[in-house]
Design a protein around this ligand. Structure first.
Ligand SMILES: [Fe+2]
Ligand SMILES: [Fe+2]
Length: 163
């Protein structure tokens, strides 16, 4: 059935952008402007994506008993991801630790978005109507724009994380 872009297509579009940014970041070297710029761009886009994804889609899926557990799992991964991004921003870009942390983040984030696309989204779709998924896409657009205007890179080592 032909339809306008729904919430799932829209989220996958961001995921593809994020995969491309990860590929580009992996090619950067040391304490370079390119690495710093890409990390800032990636961090702001991923943080605002995750926040808007929770507001537009996860809030509804948390309320449905059939999808509560898997949605909680994904929200927990968003928290871990934010911590990993903040930790990476607090790490010297010229150190080997930076690349090691980047590789871990790259692995964990790809796992997160693959799981969303392959497991969660198809499950969620079973409990949503065509109107819901169109409406959610519009909410996502609005919320991502607002979240992105406020998104920040907040360097914080994992061990320093406050409660
Ligand atoms: Fe997510
Ligand atoms: Fe996502």
């Amino acid at each position: 059935m032909a339809h306008a872009q729904d919430i799932f297509d829209r989220l996958k579009q961001d995921h593809d952008d994020h995969r491309a940014m990860l590929d580009r970041m992996a090619q950067t070297h040391g304490d370079s402007d390119e690495r710093a710029k890409l990390l800032e761009q990636f961090t702001k886009d991923v943080k605002s994506h995750a926040a808007a994804e929770e507001q537009a889609l996860y809030s509804t899926m948390l309320r449905k008993p059939e999808t509560t557990d898997e949605t909680r799992h994904s929200v927990a991964e968003h928290h871990e991801l934010n911590e990993a991004l903040n930790d990476l921003a607090a790490t010297d870009m010229s150190s080997s630790a930076w690349m090691a942390k980047f590789k871990q983040l790259d692995h964990d984030y790809r796992h997160h978005i693959n799981e969303e696309e392959e497991d969660h989204f198809p499950d969620f779709a079973k409990y949503l109507h065509e109107d819901d998924v169109q409406y959610m896409r519009r909410v996502f657009e609005r919320r991502k724009e607002a979240e992105k205007a406020d998104a920040q890179v907040t360097p914080e080592k994992k061990g320093d994380a406050k409660e």
